[in-house]
Design a protein around this ligand. Structure first.
Ligand code: 5RP
Length: 224
């Protein structure tokens, strides 16, 4: 319910004649649904979406949102995306859905990036709860795991349902979840992780989010 309200509030911020980055995850899924509904009702006109994942692409098509690619446009007006952790400086950890690489491309390009979360995602220190997702090309898995250990992280290969095999990203890569006890400087860790050969992208987003829409329950009611 909270996710639904916050997704709807974000969808209401989309203006006609705009290019919209469409994020990944269960909260953004509601935003995509409501954008589709606004299009259907005529309340929103002439938008085009840039999906951040195969999941976002499928959902957008299902809700009738016309899509394009980054080759066909020269800017993004607004992006809506979820997050796994948000700190007081609006730094994020993303990638719980293994989509952080494309999300980072789209969200950073947007003139306005709206983050949709429930209050449980707010932290005083980034990395307190969530591990940092790191997308790695498969042949570099072991050396990247070793490098993350040298940095003081606890790396774990992300496994899929019933641990039958590893999660594979939309790019055909693997995800290592790297837990750090303390991330004193998120911008620095973002750079250091991305400098490890074989790493494609990690889930730390710094200086990217403009507005955080937070869903919470007050007096038994979901509010944003
Ligand atoms: C996917 C993401 C998601 O936005 C993040 O995991 C939040 O998802 P949800 O809204 O389902 O909690 O970063 O890679």
């Amino acid at each position: 319910m909270m996710k639904q309200e916050v997704g709807k509030a974000a969808a209401d911020l989309v203006k006609s004649n705009s290019i919209v980055g469409l994020g990944t995850g269960s909260t953004t899924a509601y935003a995509i649904e409501y954008i589709g509904k606004r299009l259907q009702s005529g309340n929103l006109k002439n938008i085009v979406g840039i999906p951040t994942s195969f999941q976002a692409e499928v959902l957008s098509k299902q809700y009738g949102i016309p899509l394009t690619t980054l080759d066909a446009i020269n800017h993004i007006d607004i992006a809506i995306d979820g997050a796994d952790e948000v700190d007081m400086q609006k730094n994020l950890i993303k990638g719980g859905g293994a989509a952080h690489t494309r999300e980072k491309v789209v969200d950073y390009l947007a003139n306005q990036f709206i983050v949709v979360v429930d209050a449980g995602k707010l932290v005083t220190k980034l990395g307190s709860v969530f591990a940092v997702p790191v997308e790695v090309i498969p042949m570099a898995l072991t050396p990247v795991i070793n490098s993350i250990k040298q940095l003081g992280g606890k790396p774990e290969l992300r496994m899929g349902l019933r641990k039958a095999g590893p999660v594979v990203t939309d790019q055909g890569n693997l995800v290592i979840d790297a837990k750090f006890n303390d991330i004193p400087n998120p911008a620095n860790l973002e750079k250091v992780l991305n400098n490890i050969p074989g790493v494609l992208e990690n889930g730390i987003f710094v200086n990217c989010a403009d507005i955080i829409l937070i869903g919470e329950v007050q007096d038994g009611k979901s509010i944003v």
